[in-house]
Design a protein around this ligand. Sequence first.
Ligand SMILES: [Fe+2]
Length: 365
Amino acid sequence: MNGLKRNSILVIDDDPAIRKVLSLGLERLGYEVILAQNGQEGIDLLEKQKWEPDIILLDIRMPVLTGREALPRIRAMKPLTPVIMLTAYNDLATGLEMMKSGAFDYLVKPTRLEQISETIQRAVRFKDLMWDKIEQDRRNEEYKKNLEKTMESRTAELNETYQKLKAANLQTVEVLAETIEAKDHYTQGHCQRVRMISVRIAKSLQFPKEKIEALEFAALLHDIGKIGIPESILNKPGALNQDEIEIIKMHPLIGAQILSIVEFFTPAINGVRHHHERWNGTGYPDRVSGNDIDPLAQIITLADTFDAMAQSRPYRKALDLELILNEISSQRGKQFAPAVVDAFLGGKLYEGFIDTMDTAENQKR
Ligand SMILES: [Fe+2]
């Protein structure tokens, strides 16, 4: 047999003569043949020996357990083993009924050996195809699982890299923000406070995570453009003249230009560019109004103004909280976006930024 495994056939038939004829004929054709006398004996063989024949020949009319009764049980036990029914008379209806119940085919006895052989070969090919398909499906499934695993670990790696990059960028940005604070006469930590207040507002307005990340950069860097403004103007103790005011008003544009150099900052650019725009369209540099103002800027402008009022400047003490809140409320729909004011005041998002405030009230104590 060329070392190949012989195909095995379980013949279940109550007629000893038929068993003998089939056994001799099929063995001559190279099959391994196992015999059973009725349905129950066939099922016992399959069950007790956990044995897997390649093909089952099953007689319909038998004592103890008929082929009709045995078929569904055999199908349930060995769903991939083709069962060929044997019937004593040419009864097309019964044959078709058996095939509907899951038989592979049916043969009418007495059958010529060539015909049996031909049907069995067809059944073996069918079984091989089924197994190939199952094996193929299993391999596909395995491949899919491996691919998913690879994707998962790749995504995790990428995420980690991104987080590192983000942290590194944030540190750089924080240093930059401190540079602005040193150049301007802001109280220390202004940019960090604007960032923290802005994030609070954005969370309360349910901004998505990536918008909040961009907001953090924009808030920290909102005044980065002041790098391009002469210190003599920035720190001038007295009132500014019209020319000086125009120069100062350029800082949002300069800031946006600086951010446009680094691709990573793209989502933050308009947050910086618009941070002096006003809801009613009277701000600068673009004089846009309402929701044409970048949503990040709508938040930053309030946080920025709040912190500027709440901190002492060289030329004035910080304002009292009540006054600050009244001012913000009165600018609802004028300087500030109504939704942002509502979130800020309604959620008392200024809380926690009061204790550290250097207010005129605190100064008296
Ligand atoms: Fe500014």
